[in-house]
Design a protein around this ligand. Structure first.
Ligand code: SF4
Length: 300
C-alpha cells in the first residue's frame, strides 16, 4: 500500500488488503474498524451468547465449508461419507441437501474451490489491493462465471439485505477485474453472477446478475469507503456508532469491543438475531453466519 497515511500514528499494515469483512466492519462501525484493523486490539468480550452455542455455530459452519470443499474438489464420495458420519447430525442433513440441491445449471468447464483473488485498486494517489475468498467459482471459457457462497444460518437471508452487503459488491467486482488472468477469462460484468445457497432453503438460492453499470457503482462505493479509511488521521476519525437502543442491541451486542466502548456487558443471543424479521438487522449481522475468510482475517 502506498500513500495510505502521511502523518505519524497507527496505520494499516503495509500488506493490508481490503476484504469484504474489513469493508463491512467499517461500514457498520468505524471504531470497530479502528480497534480491529488499525490497533489490532485483542477481543475482550465474546461475540454472541450463549458462548457454547456461538462456538457450536462457528464450528458447524467451518465443518460444512470444509466438507463442501472436499466434495467440490473431487474427493472420493466414500471418504466424504465417512467424514460426514463422524460429525454432528446437522452436518449430515446439510450435506444431503447439498447433494440433492447443488444448482444444476452451473458451468462445468472450470471449478475453483476456496479460491483467493486479489486485484490492485487505484484511487487518487493511493494504490491498495482488494481481496476476496470464494467458496466456489464455476466458469466456462470467456462466456460465464458463477460465484457460489454457502450460507449455514438457520434462515434464508433477505434478498435486499444481501444486495446491500459489501460481500456481493466486492466479490463480483474482484472477479471481473481479475478475470483477464484467470483460465476462463476475460469476462465482462454481464457474464458474471453471484448466488447465495442456504442450508435452510437449499431449493431457493438467491441470484444476483451483474452488468457494467453495477460494476461502476460498486467501484465507486468501494472507493468511497477506502478513501474515508485512508483519510482517518487518528482515533477521532473512527467514531463509535450512535448510542441508540437498536445499535446497542444489534451492533454493540454482537461486538467483541463493547466493554472497551462502555456499550454494555451482555452479548446479544444468536436466537435474538436469527428470530428477527428485520432486513436491516439481518444485514448488520449476516457476518455471524460464519465464513472461512473470517477465520483467516481474525487470526492475525
Ligand atoms: S461496541 Fe459498538 S461502538 Fe464499540 S466498536 Fe463495537 S459496534 Fe462500535
Amino acid at each position: 500500500m502506498t500513500g495510505a497515511r502521511t502523518t505519524a500514528g497507527p496505520r494499516l499494515p503495509e500488506d493490508f488488503r481490503f476484504s469484504q469483512t474489513s469493508l463491512q466492519v467499517y461500514d457498520d462501525c468505524k471504531r470497530r474498524f479502528w480497534l480491529s484493523y488499525m490497533q489490532q486490539t485483542p477481543w475482550p468480550s465474546v461475540q454472541a451468547s450463549p458462548i457454547a452455542e456461538h462456538e457450536r455455530v462457528m464450528r458447524l459452519g467451518q465443518a460444512f465449508h470444509r466438507l463442501i470443499e472436499r466434495a467440490e474438489a473431487g474427493v472420493p464420495s466414500d471418504d466424504v461419507h465417512q467424514f460426514v458420519n463422524d460429525l454432528e447430525p446437522p452436518l449430515q442433513e446439510w450435506y444431503r441437501a447439498y447433494l440433492q440441491h447443488r444448482p444444476a445449471d452451473l458451468p462445468s468447464g472450470h471449478v475453483e474451490v476456496e479460491r483467493v483473488l486479489d486485484v490492485p485498486f487505484t484511487l487518487d494517489d493511493s494504490a491498495v489491493r482488494l481481496v476476496a475468498k470464494y467458496d466456489l467459482i464455476t466458469a466456462e471459457d470467456q462466456s460465464r462465471a458463477v460465484i457460489i457462497d454457502w450460507k449455514t444460518g438457520r434462515k434464508r437471508s433477505d434478498p435486499s439485505s444481501l444486495q446491500r452487503r459489501l460481500q456481493t459488491a466486492l466479490y463480483l467486482y474482484v472477479l471481473v477485474e481479475a478475470s483477464s488472468r484467470l483460465p476462463w477469462g476475460p469476462i465482462a460484468p454481464e457474464q458474471a453472477e453471484m448466488r447465495y445457497w442456504f442450508v435452510a432453503a437449499p431449493e431457493h438460492p438467491i441470484t444476483f446478475r451483474y452488468d457494467a453499470a453495477q460494476h461502476e457503482a460498486n467501484r465507486n462505493r468501494i472507493a468511497a469507503i477506502i478513501r474515508q479509511i485512508l483519510a482517518g488521521e487518528s482515533e477521532a476519525g473512527f467514531p463509535k456508532v450512535p448510542d441508540t437502543d437498536f445499535n446497542r442491541k444489534y451492533l454493540c451486542g454482537f461486538c467483541t469491543y463493547r466493554g472497551l466502548c462502555d456499550r454494555g456487558e451482555r452479548a446479544t443471543s444468536i436466537d435474538e438475531w436469527e428470530d428477527t424479521e428485520s432486513p436491516d438487522i439481518q444485514n448488520t449481522y449476516e457476518g455471524i453466519d460464519f465464513s472461512l475468510e473470517d477465520v483467516d482475517e481474525l487470526a492475525f
